[in-house]
Write a protein that binds this ligand. Structure first.
Ligand SMILES: C[S@@+](CC[C@H](N)C(=O)[O-])C[C@H]1O[C@@H](n2cnc3c(N)ncnc32)[C@H](O)[C@@H]1O
Length: 335
């Protein structure tokens, strides 16, 4: 790190280990990711204020079907989901992981309150801006709902569950697909460890479908996904003192129907070097070299059964959209 705090005479010098930016921090993850082959940046760093706004625009794009399909499924199956996820009459604590602006969940909460559920809502997100917008929307549209937002990384922090409430964890938007299989199992095990036996988990998962439909969702002609991907470099320029020239990188999306994975990249348009004043180091890019920024796994039923079984959950109910393959999967935490 080049920016050092002045050292007091009696203070021991920090060890090289203490000096190195830690994994799980922006600096540590970027240093490791841009030093790796192929270069990688974690998709969790997309969501600064501008990234969250751009993602809200992506969700409104005609080609970005996951939001539209999931929203209509949550509306259509709201009552069945309540029966599948919560024992009759129990007070429910709804914990949403990576809630974003919570627009889809609002409709679910409204339907559950209408069905007489005793409900409180705990959205959790690393984006303070997304949580602010969620809070304003909920206060305006569902003023009677108790909302307790928590800003943090779900790999590092977790709210203390309130006694006497049935916990329902929500992980929507096919966000699980952003993890490779081992990471998805690690994530689900972490969720399971924070629930009690009999508590519930609802997953919204994109399923395998026509590759053209999938690819179009990550490659919109309006260029919003490209702006979202490139905004990651703008964030690194601002927060890590980097000097990425944004017009020297281009968004590229692919879909592999054999693996069922959509991937997003930033492609270097020239041989170039990029430096970070905060990391005190630079990175070389060959012409055509990529930074791998996001994966979006598309599932089938067998893959979902396997992930949940490895993580201490049993699939209770499976809801599938009749028009476009997408699933809402209600799971129970096993004892
Ligand atoms: C693809 S958006 C989906 C938002 C919402 N779940 C939906 O379905 O519309 C992913 C959200 O997860 C949040 N997020 C990503 N990584 C996170 C992490 N490690 N901890 C908490 N939130 C995270 C982002 O800030 C963003 O709001």
């Amino acid at each position: 790190m080049s920016k050092r705090r002045p050292m007091l005479a009696c203070e021991p010098a920090p060890s090289p280990e203490e000096e190195r930016p830690q994994p799980g921090t922006l600096a540590g993850d970027v240093l490791a990711g841009l030093s790796a082959t192929p270069k990688r940046l974690s998709s969790k760093y997309f969501y600064d204020a501008q990234g969250s706004r751009l993602f809200e625009r992506i969700m409104r794009l005609p080609s970005y079907y996951p939001t539209r399909v999931e929203a209509r499924m949550l509306r259509r199956h709201a009552r069945d989901l309540l029966h599948a996820l919560a024992p009759t009459g129990a007070a429910v604590e709804l914990l949403e992981l990576g809630s974003g602006d919570g627009r889809k969940t609002l409709a679910l909460c409204r339907a559950w309150l209408k069905a007489g559920a005793s409900l409180s809502y705990r959205p959790m997100d690393i984006s303070a801006q997304a949580l602010d917008r969620l809070g304003q929307r909920m206060a305006k549209q569902l003023p009677d709902l108790a909302v307790h937002p928590l800003c943090g990384d779900y790999f590092q922090t977790w709210p203390i569950p309130r006694a006497g409430r049935h916990q329902v964890a929500l992980f929507l938007g096919s966000n699980l697909g952003n993890f490779a299989e081992t990471e998805a199992v690690r994530f689900l095990r972490r969720v399971r460890a924070h629930l009690r036996a009999g508590d519930s988990l609802l997953l919204g998962l994109d399923l395998r479908k026509d590759p053209h439909t999938v690819l179009a969702a990550y490659n919109d002609p309006e260029g919003v996904t490209a702006a979202f991907n490139l905004n990651l470099l703008r964030r690194l320029n601002r927060e890590l003192g980097m000097d990425f020239a944004l017009d020297a990188f281009r968004h590229y999306a692919s879909y592999c129907p054999l693996q069922g994975v959509a991937r997003s990249f930033l492609v270097s348009q020239a041989a170039q070097a990029v430096h970070s004043t905060v990391l005190g180091t630079g990175f070389h890019f060959a012409r055509g070299e990529v930074i791998y920024t996001e994966q979006s796994q598309k599932y089938d039923q067998a893959a979902v059964q396997s992930l949940t079984a490895q993580s201490g959950f049993a699939v209770h109910s499976w809801f599938e959209d009749p028009e476009l393959p997408y699933a809402l999967v209600a799971c129970r935490a096993l004892g």
